[in-house]
Design a protein around this ligand. Structure first.
Ligand code: CMC
Length: 427
């Protein structure tokens, strides 16, 4: 039975189709609203707007559920790794051994950067924000590997593998550049995460061998960040991709969106906040009071989420992992104690309880990355490496959607009505 919603406006009444998703989520299809009534909808921040149908990731924010292609994030965290999860997101099902081997081989093949590409890093100041470098360099990939405007399946496969692989090399090189260290070529015998850590931390005279615990923890962080349905950066990738911009250009825009402190940049802001509390610049109680005071402009970083109004399942996994990783590395980080204390007092505070504000993925991830020796300004870059398969999956889903249209929202205009031009001498 087709369900409808009825809208009455003035003397007009129209029936709008109600669309049901595979998990029972209902949405009113308003695609004919303006044509039939002249009305548009207004939804700042798009909190009530479904921009597409998507079969990639499911979130139930009230129950704290996150699934990639139907598989609970807890199962993937326990059993999978980043390369396999990337394949799952992009191709819709878990890969066979042969598919995974081929994919891993292509990731290895694409890891080196063109020698001329490498020289581009020299053009950036050493203290350039790594997210700016990352976004610029992903766009630069289009110059070295021009994409077909209409990639077929085989071309898309190579582009996806190239991007997932090279984003890791670009990230490591931007770090080496910022430290004044020589670039380290990828090592073909190493898997994705170990290879990244090698490029970050080896030296020409000394091979860095990452411990299995660190490799496992970074795999976990990348998997947990791999997709999150229509978040700000993914929506950006889809909006840019809807103009038929290529995969590299679309994902470079995603990096820019992710950079902001309300999105991926929050992991940096969390660490800065915890450090400030630890140094005694501000107490945990003062930070909480400031976050509740709207005039302060300060928010408790790593807390709250647009969709999760219960707990963020990624934060639950990372909180446990923080204990394990720091324990296995023998690291005692006072910031972990600060984070635990802050979480405890926030979860008992009526302001946070009433607004259903819980720790999100960024609250504990930084502490784990810090224990691995990853500098704070690289945290959001790691988030971007992790989110790449999600962006690619969404770009492809949209590319394949025959009914897809260029993203072009409407507005309610609030500016001047018609106003005459005044010559400069008479103003
Ligand atoms: N500290 C203090 N108050 C908060 C916070 C916070 N972290 N988050 C939300 N609020 C308040 C907000 O002021 C509002 O209060 P009121 O109802 O009195 O006006 C209420 O809670 C609802 O918040 P909202 O602004 O409607 O929430 P949103 O969905 O627009 O924003 C958010 C979501 C994640 C941007 C926000 O919670 C926030 O700024 N958190 C801190 C930054 C952060 O940790 N970002 C990472 C998000 S998870 C990873 C990712 O997506 O990148």
């Amino acid at each position: 039975m087709t369900r409808t919603a009825t809208l009455t406006f003035g003397d007009q009444t129209i029936e709008l189709p109600v669309i049901e998703g595979s998990e029972g989520e209902l949405g009113v299809d308003i695609s004919q609203l303006r044509a039939k009534t002249g009305l548009i909808t207004l939804d700042p921040g798009f909190g009530n707007t479904g921009a597409c149908r998507s079969a990639i990731t499911y979130i139930d924010g009230d129950k704290g559920i996150l699934r990639y292609r139907g598989i609970p994030i807890e199962q993937l965290a326990e059993n999978s790794n980043f390369a396999e999860t990337a394949w799952l997101l992009i191709y819709g099902k878990l890969p066979s051994q042969e598919q995974l081997d081929t994919f891993s081989e292509r990731l290895r093949f694409h890891a080196p950067l063109h020698e001329s590409f490498k020289h581009h890093f020299e053009g950036f100041p050493v203290d350039a924000p790594p997210m700016a470098t990352l976004s610029a360099m992903i766009n630069t990939l289009s110059c070295f590997h021009p994409e077909s405007p209409e990639p077929d399946e085989a071309e898309f496969f190579e582009e996806a593998a190239r991007l997932i692989s090279k984003v890791r090399t670009i990230a490591a090189y931007s770090y080496r550049r910022s430290m004044g260290l020589p670039y380290i070529y990828p090592a073909p015998h190493l898997h994705y995460v170990a290879n990244f850590l090698h490029m970050m931390f080896s030296n020409p005279y000394e091979q860095h061998v990452a411990s299995p615990e660190v490799v496992k923890a970074l795999n976990l962080i990348l998997m947990l960040h791999a997709d999150h349905e229509q978040n700000c950066s993914t929506s950006t990738v889809r909006v840019v991709g809807s103009s038929k911009a290529n995969l590299f250009a679309s994902c470079a825009a995603g990096v820019s969106a992710l950079w902001g402190p309300l999105h991926g940049g929050a992991n940096v802001a969390v660490l800065e906040m915890l450090e400030s509390i630890h140094r005694g610049g501000i107490s945990a109680e003062q930070a909480l009071a400031q976050a509740k005071d709207k005039s302060s402009g300060f928010r408790l970083m790593g807390f709250g989420h647009r969709v999760y109004k219960n707990f963020d399942p990624r934060a639950v996994i990372l909180k446990k992992a923080a204990d394990e990783v720091l324990g296995s590395l023998g690291v005692k980080d006072p910031l972990l104690d600060v984070a635990r204390r802050l979480e405890q007092i926030a979860l008992e505070d009526p302001y946070f309880v009433e607004r259903k504000l819980y720790p999100n993925v960024d609250f504990y991830s930084g502490i784990i990355m810090r224990a691995m020796g990853i500098p704070t300004n690289m945290f959001t870059v790691i988030f971007a490496i992790g989110r790449m398969p999600g962006w690619i999956a969404h770009w492809k889903e949209q590319y394949d959607d025959q009914a897809g249209r260029i993203a072009r929202p409407r507005q309610i205009y609030t500016g001047n009505t018609e106003t005459d031009y005044v010559a400069i001498g008479k103003r």
